[in-house]
Structures are given as structure tokens and as C-alpha cells.
Design a binder for this molecule. Structure first.
Ligand code: CO
Length: 294
């Protein structure tokens, strides 16, 4: 309970991480060098990688002249990618390189959806980087996608806007979030259900690893006599979870479970990073960090 309290407290408190490193070892003022580190779980799916590349373009447009680097938090993804032609650093390796190269101000943008376990791990390590002597003058972590009620409203509007046009009002739409069994931020998903449901009563979110689960949503669909369900990812990219756990042909995929229950099923393989209005929310969080660099 105590730990949860501190996690929530750190969430609510400021995200300023470090300062007072503006002088080098011999007292000389260092020239200001700004960088953005984009941190994501990472993906081995080439189409999903394209979505992340588009994200780089959007960030470049919004912050011209600022160095942009990527850090993938998943060691499994990094290992798999290292066998191909393109390799990716962990956020920590990427930060070490930026530090070595004399960057003074670093804004870290987490492409996670909720401020869950992975976000907090990233936050903790960035904070430690901020404590190193002779290192960054400032390093700050931007909020992940959902960090306020306003974010939930903006993101819900964007998700609804990108539901395929063929969908009829009586068809349900079920978004697949990742979820987190062990983190209080999992409560963002029931909150999103509320916000989405207020905009369109046939739109739901369920999660792979947290709550609500698919089993929690099924009785609601049955009660409403829904005939057809659109399945869409509620993760930055349509990666492994979307392609296998949501849209795969295995008997335990969401598509298979829904079909077995007699629902018609359409899948959409696009992640939230593919929706410009969702990217706008992430960019706003990044702008908030940059406003502290002035
Ligand atoms: Co997962």
C-alpha cells in the first residue's frame, strides 16, 4: 500500500529531474545541446516499425534542429532486431551516448500508453542519469499518452474518428489495450471505457494483461445483442499482441473467441501512433518538457 502511495505521489508531483550541471569539470560553460529520446517497447514487426519511423518524422517537424534518438525498452525485441541489419539501443545506452557526446538538455518521450511499470522503470533510470556529475544539465521525462482527463478525452475522440467508416452504429468496437496486472495505472483502462462509452455507447476497451479483460466485455456485448465487433489495437503500434492475441487465427485470439461466440468480426491493424491526433497528444507532452528548458 505504501509503495503504491509513493508511486501515485511521484506521478502527481513534478517531472523535473535534474539541473545544475551547466559547468564542465574545469568550470567552463558548455554550449547547450538539446536532444529528444523517444522510448518505446519496440517491435519486430516491419509494418509497426514504419509507424514508429513516422513518429520520428512528426517529432522532427515539431522540433526542428533537435537531435532525435530512439531507445527500445524490450531486451527481447532488441535481441531479435540485432540479428537483422538495424540494431536499437536501450534507453539507458542511448542516454549514455548522448551524455558522452556532450548533450546538455534531454527530453525523454515515453510512447507507452499508461504511466505503468515500464514508464516508471524508464523514469527511475532517467532520474539516475540526471544525478550523474558532469552529465546532463537537465533531463526530463514527458508523460506517456494518458496522463490526464483531457488526454483521455482527446485520445478517445481520435480513436473514434479512426473507426472504419463502414462500421454501423449498432456494431461494437473493441480496442485492445496492453494492461498491467501489477500496476495501479491499470485503472486508466476502466477510465477510458467510461470516456469512450460516453462518446459512443458501443465502444469498449479491454486489455491483454490487465483489466477489464475480454471476458468482462463479452456479457455486455451479448446483453446488447451486438452482431458485429470491430477489433482495433489500443497500443502505439500494431505489433505482436495485435497481430497474434487480437487478430491471430489461434483459438484463444480475441477474433477467434468472438467468432466462436457467434459475433461477426473485423480487425484493424493500425496502432495509435498511426493516428495524427493521438501523436498530437504525445507531442504536447514533449512541448511541456521543452517549456522547462527555456
Ligand atoms: Co506484452
Amino acid at each position: 500500500m505504501k509503495r503504491r502511495f509513493w508511486i501515485m505521489f511521484s506521478l502527481l508531483s513534478v517531472i523535473l529531474l535534474a539541473s545544475a550541471n551547466s559547468y564542465g569539470a574545469h568550470g567552463e560553460k558548455r554550449p547547450e545541446k538539446r536532444a529528444i529520446l523517444l522510448a518505446a517497447f519496440g517491435t519486430t514487426v516491419p509494418e509497426a516499425q514504419k509507424s514508429l519511423d513516422q513518429m520520428t518524422d512528426r517529432v522532427k517537424q515539431a522540433f526542428p534542429g533537435v537531435e532525435i534518438r530512439w531507445g527500445y525498452t524490450s531486451s527481447i525485441v532488441r535481441k531479435k532486431l540485432s540479428k537483422k541489419e538495424k540494431s536499437f539501443d536501450s534507453p539507458e545506452t542511448a542516454l549514455s551516448k548522448l551524455m558522452d557526446e556532450g548533450y546538455t538538455h534531454v527530453a525523454v518521450l515515453s510512447l507507452h500508453t499508461i504511466p505503468g511499470e515500464e514508464f516508471h522503470d524508464l523514469y527511475r533510470n532517467c532520474r539516475l542519469f540526471g544525478q550523474m556529475s558532469g552529465g546532463f544539465e537537465r533531463i526530463m521525462v514527458a508523460w506517456p499518452l494518458l496522463s490526464s482527463h483531457q488526454d483521455m478525452v482527446s485520445v478517445s475522440k481520435a480513436l473514434i474518428k479512426h473507426i472504419p467508416k463502414e462500421r454501423k452504429p449498432e456494431d461494437a468496437v473493441l480496442f485492445m489495450g496492453h494492461g498491467s496486472e501489477h500496476h495501479p495505472a491499470d485503472a486508466m483502462y476502466p477510465a477510458m471505457n467510461q470516456v469512450l462509452g460516453d462518446m459512443d455507447s458501443n465502444v469498449y476497451v479491454a486489455t491483454v494483461e490487465g483489466h477489464p479483460t475480454l471476458e468482462d466485455i463479452l456479457p455486455k456485448l451479448e446483453k446488447k445483442n451486438i452482431k458485429k465487433v470491430y477489433l482495433m489495437p489500443f497500443m502505439a503500434v500494431a505489433g505482436d499482441h495485435a497481430r497474434n492475441d487480437m487478430a491471430g487465427d489461434e483459438p484463444d485470439s480475441w477474433k477467434s473467441v468472438l467468432k466462436k461466440k457467434g459475433f461477426g468480426c473485423e480487425v484493424v491493424l493500425k496502432g495509435t501512433a498511426d493516428y495524427p491526433e493521438v501523436v498530437d497528444v504525445w507531442l504536447d507532452h514533449l512541448r511541456a518538457v521543452f517549456s522547462h528548458f527555456k
